[in-house]
Design a protein around this ligand. Structure first.
Ligand code: SF4
Length: 217
């Protein structure tokens, strides 16, 4: 039985969660184009800011608005879709518990795309995709060493750099670095090299950014 004070406490916490402010670049409904959940429609919540500055990053994560959790939830609920992905920027630099609690109250499945530099607390996220950036930041230690998928962008690095990480993940993906501003030939060479790498290292699977081919976000 829930006491009166407990239920008051619970509703007070809910109000606080809905009032929590987040830096949001965009919220949109699309089909996941990469990795293991590729092909599944999701609502993407792109958070502002990142603690890294990768040279191939194609996200303008510095243009964002401060939006109340309640308004974010309303936007998410406007889509007929029960899968949410927290992406960025780096979503883990934000306190994700308030929005997580609100989404879980409404029965959403929550995924995250993270650079792995910030550990994820137990129970926060249903599907964890870590995309390490060690090839650019060799001294930045990966703190989130377990998860559902490890997705590495191939820029010519030796896969042995992930040897001490792979055992913590269920699925391993290598994805060619696609840079829109580069020529078709440059990107094509990168695709071919990544394909060859997967043939030599079959424990890794090829992940393609299929949403870019479809011309969707
Ligand atoms: S970690 Fe991701 S969001 Fe951050 S700079 Fe690198 S590619 Fe961009």
């Amino acid at each position: 039985m829930t006491s009166k004070s407990e239920s008051n406490h619970h509703s007070a916490k809910e109000v606080a969660d809905l009032d929590y402010m987040y830096d949001i670049v965009e919220i949109f409904h699309s089909v996941q184009g990469e990795g293991n959940r590729s092909g599944i429609p999701h609502v993407f919540v792109r958070f502002g800011n990142c603690n890294l500055r990768c040279e191939w990053c194609d996200t303008d994560f510095l243009t964002y608005q401060r939006i109340k959790c309640q308004d974010i939830i309303e936007k998410i609920e406007s889509y007929q879709c029960k899968n949410v992905i927290f992406t960025g920027g780096e979503p883990m630099i934000h306190n994700l518990w308030p929005i997580q609690r609100e989404l879980k109250l409404r029965d959403y499945h929550i995924s995250i795309e993270t650079n792995g530099t910030i550990p994820i607390e137990e129970g926060l996220i249903d599907w964890i995709c870590v995309s390490p950036k060690d090839q650019l930041y060799p001294n930045t230690k990966i703190k989130q060493r377990t998860g559902d998928e490890l997705k590495c962008v191939y820029v010519g690095q030796d896969l042995s750099m992930y040897d001490d990480l792979v055992s913590g993940f269920t699925h391993l993906y290598i994805q060619p670095c696609y840079i829109e501003s580069e020529s078709v030939a440059w990107n094509g060479t990168n695709f071919a090299l990544t394909e060859a790498l997967v043939k030599e290292n079959p424990q890794w699977r090829l992940s393609l950014q299929t949403h870019k081919w479809m011309g969707i976000d």
